[in-house]
Design a protein around this ligand. Structure first.
Ligand code: KE4
Length: 437
């Protein structure tokens, strides 16, 4: 059946009449890569099917949550049973305690855990908490890291590397943006310089220990340890935003993988199994400031929702009960990357391949990528050409050079081989693109 997006094109036109940009989250609009986003009709395992009947091997997985694959029978069965007991009570349930205990088991740095509805809520609340705990107002974020859409973090670097932030979106007040300092990732000297200049006023550093929002970037040897040492020396709270890396890089996230203990951790995505869940947690002496235990207010109508808890518990249980879950997932991811790399090298493309656990990313540049500026050197046109050539062959990658891709335990050897074969034809298209440039 020839590849067509005819029905999605119509659906996108209709959606734009009712929803800004036709989507409920900007990156889904394909604005980064051009073209029309397929409207998805359903998904199972490693595959998604759109309303035109095209089927895709899915490496986006709802941007991370679907690590055991779409519509896993154990998850859907647990949800079916939970549905019969109602959808939300606005009152405590045993499920919330169970999920919190599972999270604490995987993340021993989290003495207490508060469940919320999104990663944005988790990071927003963690920052408020860090400011309350330290009685300081400034925060440090890393250029290219994304932590959700709350005002304090929709900020970009000012003119110099260590100047106070300026808004990265209309609607963010200067006063809030200027309390956020942006530093380059993988630059410990720059972090040290910021603390020498503002250290006594810095409440927290919030960092994606393994950034997945500027493409997948890996920390240099010792970098995270240096950040931990600097924040401890100045009494600033170290917040690991593991919304994406948590249960992805390892069961215990990047903090387990690299052996670093943050003061607070933010989670999301996988712990909801595809339903809306976020979480933040960490040191008892900090978390006990959170209402109603303490004075720092944070609340949510649907926080700890029984359906979301059910999907998260079922997902984490599958992971915990599958022998060598991460070993096999990491090996499958490495096999895919090696196969794609071999195809690229046949065309003489020296691209950058990053992989850790079940996360991977390819940068269309022959130069090393270690932070946001170097990531922006990538040939976005080449990536976009590759993206669409893969999509038309039934491989669904993240619609942006500056996102990460994900492998799930539902992906098969056949999926991997089909993806590698599709990449050969996609690189041929990239070669044509380069010849026409
Ligand atoms: P949400 O509010 O979207 O649940 O989480 C925000 C967030 C926080 N921290 C990290 C490290 C994240 O990656 C995210 C959200 N990730 C994006 C993908 N780049 C979600 C996709 C989207 O925005 O639609």
């Amino acid at each position: 059946m020839p590849f067509t997006l005819e029905k999605s094109i119509q659906a996108f036109g209709e959606a734009k009449k009712h929803i800004p940009g036709g989507v409920n989250s900007p990156v889904r609009s394909f604005r980064g890569v051009g073209g029309t986003p397929p409207f998805i009709a359903g998904a199972a395992g490693s595959r998604m099917t759109d309303i035109d009947g095209n089927t895709y091997i899915d490496y986006v997985q709802s941007w991370g949550p679907m690590i055991v694959g779409h519509a896993h029978p154990a998850v859907t069965e647990a949800l079916r049973e939970a549905l019969a007991r109602g959808t939300s009570y606005g009152a405590p349930t045993l499920l919330e305690t169970e999920l919190a205990q599972m999270v604490k088991k995987a993340f021993p740095s989290m003495d207490l855990v508060r469940l919320v509805n999104s990663g944005t809520e988790a990071t927003m609340s963690a920052l408020r908490l860090a400011r309350a705990f330290t009685k300081r107002s400034k925060i440090v974020k890393l250029a290219g890291c994304y932590h959700g859409h709350h005002d304090s973090l929709l900020v970009k670097a000012g003119s110099g590397a260590t100047t106070l932030g300026i808004p990265d979106s209309p609607g963010v007040p200067e006063g809030i943006a200027s309390a956020t300092i942006t530093v380059a990732y993988n630059d410990a000297a720059g972090m040290e310089q910021v603390f020498q200049q503002y250290g006594e006023d810095i409440a927290a550093v919030i960092i994606e220990p393994v950034p997945g929002n500027m493409g997948l970037i890996l920390p240099r040897e010792g970098y995270l340890r240096q950040v931990r040492e600097i924040t401890r020396r100045y009494g600033a709270v170290l917040i690991f935003d593991e919304v994406m890396s948590g249960f992805r890089v390892a069961y215990g996230g990047a903090q387990e993988f690299f052996g670093i203990t943050p003061d607070l951790t933010c989670l999301g995505k996988v712990i909801g199994g595809g339903l809306p869940v976020g979480a933040y947690g960490g040191r008892q002496d900090i978390m006990e400031l959170i209402a109603p235990a303490g004075p720092v207010y944070q609340a949510g109508t649907l926080s700890g929702n029984p359906l979301a808890m059910t999907a998260g518990i079922a997902t984490l249980r599958i992971i915990a009960e599958t022998p060598d879950f991460y070993k096999r997932l990491t090996e499958a991811t490495a096999k895919l990357c090696a196969g794609v790399r071999a195809q690229a090298e046949k065309f003489g493309f020296a691209l950058q391949y990053h992989q850790i656990g079940s996360m991977f990313g390819i940068f269309f540049t022959d130069k090393p990528v270690y932070d946001y500026d170097s990531a922006k050197q990538s040939d976005v046109g080449a990536f976009n050409t590759f993206f669409h050539a893969m999509l038309e062959q039934g491989v669904y990658l993240a619609p942006s050079q500056f996102e990460a891709a994900f492998m799930s335990s539902a992906h098969t050897e056949e999926d991997i081989q089909a993806t590698i074969a599709a990449s050969a034809r996609a690189f041929a298209r990239v070669q044509e693109y380069k010849a026409e440039k």
